[in-house]
Design a protein around this ligand. Structure first.
Ligand code: ATP
Length: 232
């Protein structure tokens, strides 16, 4: 069964088709880099796959379930543009809250584990509003991984991160990949994504113009996919 199966998906904003007949498949354990210029539709596609937004037409399945079903939601972790943690709670309280929402058997233990894995254990009781941006970013990463998702949906995950958060996320993604988790990541930063990617999809004006395995020539020349399949 595919981890993600997108079939004939269209998404309209008013009359504007932001996604045009998208077909995309990610096998379990694949790491798919979704590339495309600003406005190509990457965010719209990831949000639609995550179930935050409904497609106008077409179907999306996450491990065979609709993305809006609880079973699918429990299996995905999302890192988007906003940092989805609460300012007035401590780092530990934030993660325990999410752990309870996900129905984890021991939210405190999971929270402590992920605070450690993201290097936040020493500030666990500090209020998030007093955190630096990098610390918040690492907390958002911890939140996305906390419930052990089998599918990670990451919208430009490296763009707003500081160096330490980038290193933390890269290590966690490599570990996730080694554990057979599936990763879908939109990016401009081709080099970082291609190091991890098993597959690449190029989106231009809401259409997938290329989708295939990541080859050695793509890794050595991140401009290759754009040059070969994109617009000049
Ligand atoms: P970026 O890298 O800049 O985030 P993107 O590839 O993620 O770009 P989207 O944000 O998905 O692209 O946007 C795709 C298209 O849909 C763009 O033309 C954008 O202007 C339009 N769009 C996105 N969100 C909305 C909205 N809420 N209402 C109207 N148009 C929108």
């Amino acid at each position: 069964m595919s981890a993600v199966a997108v079939e004939g998906v269209w998404k309209f904003y008013g009359d504007f088709p932001a996604l045009r007949d998208i077909h995309l498949d990610a096998a379990e354990g694949a790491a798919l880099a979704l590339i495309g210029r600003n406005g190509a539709g990457k965010t719209t596609l990831l949000r639609t796959i995550a179930g935050f937004s409904r497609p106008g037409r077409g179907s999306i399945k996450i491990f065979g379930d609709s993305p809006r079903e609880v079973a699918a939601r429990r299996r995905m972790g999302f890192i988007g543009h906003g940092i989805s943690v609460y300012d007035e709670l401590s780092a530990l309280e934030n993660l325990m809250l999410y752990g309870r929402l996900y129905g984890l058997p021991n939210p405190r233990q999971s929270a402590l584990e992920w605070l450690e894995r993201t290097g936040l254990e020493r500030v666990r009781d500090g209020l998030v509003r007093e955190f630096s941006r990098g610390m918040r970013q690492r907390l958002a990463v911890a939140r996305a991984f906390l419930h052990g998702p089998s599918l990670l949906l990451l919208d430009e995950p490296f763009t707003a991160l500081d160096d330490k958060a980038i290193a933390v996320l890269q290590r966690l993604l490599r570990e996730a990949q080694a554990e057979g988790k599936t990763i879908l990541m939109s990016t401009h930063q081709l080099r970082e994504a291609l190091e991890l990617a098993t597959h690449v999809a190029l989106l231009i004006r809401g259409k997938v113009v290329f989708h295939g395995p990541c080859t050695a020539e793509m890794v050595s020349d991140p401009g290759f996919v754009y040059a070969k399949y994109g617009e000049q």
